[in-house]
Ligand binder design. Structure first.
Ligand code: 5GP
Length: 194
């Protein structure tokens, strides 16, 4: 997605060979106009899938996830990372190790909102080694919902998550794929793997 790539080139910062900082439009301040276009692009790529729910993980997946859900006119559910005082019954959980924070979280969703028969579009801001996406897939499996696809805003194609998930048969659509990060330098890969 050219608009997103331009934004990454003008505002993204390669902090190291494996971390990209995009705090000015995705991970801290959010650019709603860009998020709106991201939502539309996800919907275009998963048009035929009859999606009934969008599932993401707090907090940075909520912006793009909500925009996709708005475009599809279906609910957005975001998995919680922290214990919630109000989310207490009928919980489905999975364990997710964070690549950036080097910590493991138990993510939680109520089975009231995702259930057998749902066709779920999983959305996240980044794809690195695929732990977050795998945790969300695991939640869908536990409730018997179908994963219709996985939509990622920025895939770091030099890490293993995208390849692994595609090999498992999931349709993974990333709006920008990064081939290489060097301090101060960002190189894109082809949008389609291969
Ligand atoms: P994974 O679970 O695929 O290893 O990592 C994905 C999660 O880690 C995303 O939800 C995102 O929050 C975070 N993440 C991974 N790599 C980066 C990165 O380079 N920059 C930022 N800002 N977040 C990242």
């Amino acid at each position: 997605m050219q608009l997103l790539k331009d934004k990454i080139l003008s505002e993204g910062q390669a902090l190291s060979e494996d971390i990209l900082k995009v705090d000015s439009f995705l991970n801290h301040q959010m650019d709603p106009m860009l998020m709106k276009e991201i939502g539309k692009e996800f919907v275009k790529r998963f048009e035929q899938k009859e999606i009934t729910k969008v599932l993401t993980i707090e907090s940075s997946g909520i912006g793009p996830g909500l925009m996709a859900a708005l475009e599809l006119e279906v609910p957005l559910i975001f998995a919680r990372k922290r214990k919630s005082l109000t989310l207490t019954n009928d919980l489905v959980t999975a364990s997710v190790h964070s690549f950036t924070k080097k910590e493991t979280n138990t993510i939680t969703v109520s089975n009231k909102y995702i259930e057998a028969g749902d066709k779920v579009l999983i959305i996240d801001d980044f794809l690195a080694v695929g732990q977050a996406a795998r945790g969300l897939v695991e939640i869908c499996k536990q409730v018997g919902a179908e994963v219709a696809g996985i939509g990622i805003v920025i895939e770091k194609a030099f890490q293993s998550g995208g390849k692994d998930l595609r090999e498992q048969g999931f349709q993974v659509e990333s709006l920008a794929r990064i081939a290489e990060l060097k301090f101060g330098e960002i190189t894109f890969a082809e949008e389609k793997e291969g």
